[in-house]
Design a protein around this ligand. Structure first.
Ligand SMILES: Cc1cc2nc3c(=O)[nH]c(=O)nc-3n(C[C@H](O)[C@H](O)[C@H](O)COP(=O)(O)O)c2cc1C
Length: 186
C-alpha cells in the first residue's frame, strides 16, 4: 500500500502567467513527501452538454478517470466577478455527471483563492464551497486561504519569493494532509 496520498489540483485560470497557477506550483513544491500533488488540466474540456453524456468525448472520459483515481482534490482559483471562473465551474460540472456517477464523490477537498486584490478572492472561494457541499466533497475549513496581493509574491521566473506566504502554504498543506487522513481513511 502506498504511504503517500495523491492530490488532484485544479487551477481556475487558463492564462500562462496566472498567479493561481504559480501558487499551485508553489504548493506542489512545498508539499510534504506524504502528499503527491499534480495539476489536472481543465482547458481542454468541452463545455458541459447533457447531449454527450451517453457517448462522452475521450477527453471527458480521461478527465473523469484521472479524477476518480485521486485521493483528494485541491482547487486554486482566481475570482471572476465575485464568483468562480467559468472554466473551473465547467470542469466541476463535467466531472459530476451523469447524475449518480460523479467522480468528485466523497473526496476530501481544499480551496485556495488568489487575487492581486486585497480580499484574496473571498467570493470565489465561498461560491466554490457551495458546489462542494452538493458534490459531497468535504472541504477543509481551517486554515482558510485567501491569497491577496498576488502580483507582489513572485520573482521574474514565477517562483514564490514571499516567505510569509511560503510558511502559510506549508501550514495549509500540513492541515490538508490531516484533513485527508480524517476524511479518507485508508
Ligand atoms: C473577467 C474577470 C473578472 C474579474 N473579477 C475579479 C473579482 O471579482 N475579484 C478580484 O479580486 N479580481 C477580479 N479580476 C481580476 C483577477 O483577479 C486578475 O485578473 C487575476 O490576475 C486573475 O487570476 P490569474 O492571475 O490566476 O489568471 C477579474 C478578472 C477578469 C478577467
Amino acid at each position: 500500500m502506498s504511504t503517500s496520498r495523491y492530490v488532484a489540483v485544479f487551477v481556475g485560470s487558463l492564462r500562462k502567467e496566472a498567479f493561481s497557477r504559480k501558487i499551485a506550483n508553489a504548493l506542489i513544491a512545498e508539499a510534504p513527501a506524504t502528499l503527491k500533488l499534480a495539476i489536472h488540466e481543465i482547458g481542454q474540456l468541452p463545455l458541459y452538454n447533457a447531449d454527450y453524456e451517453a457517448d462522452p468525448p475521450a477527453v471527458v472520459i480521461e478527465f473523469k478517470q484521472r479524477l476518480a483515481a485521486a485521493d483528494a482534490v485541491l482547487f486554486v482559483t482566481p475570482e471572476y466577478n465575485r464568483g468562480v471562473p467559468g472554466v473551473l465551474k465547467n470542469a466541476i460540472d463535467v466531472g459530476s455527471r451523469p447524475y449518480g456517477k460523479s467522480a468528485w464523490e466523497g473526496k476530501p477537498g481544499a480551496v485556495v483563492s488568489v487575487s492581486p486584490g486585497a480580499i484574496g478572492g473571498f467570493g470565489a472561494n465561498h461560491a466554490l464551497r457551495q458546489s462542494l457541499v452538493f458534490l459531497n466533497v468535504p472541504a477543509m475549513q481551517q486554515p482558510e486561504a485567501y491569497i491577496g496581493g498576488a502580483s507582489k509574491l513572485f520573482d521574474e521566473q514565477g517562483a514564490l519569493k514571499d516567505e510569509s506566504t511560503r510558511e502559510f502554504l506549508q501550514k495549509f498543506l500540513q492541515a490538508f494532509e490531516a484533513w485527508i487522513e480524517r476524511n479518507a481513511p485508508r
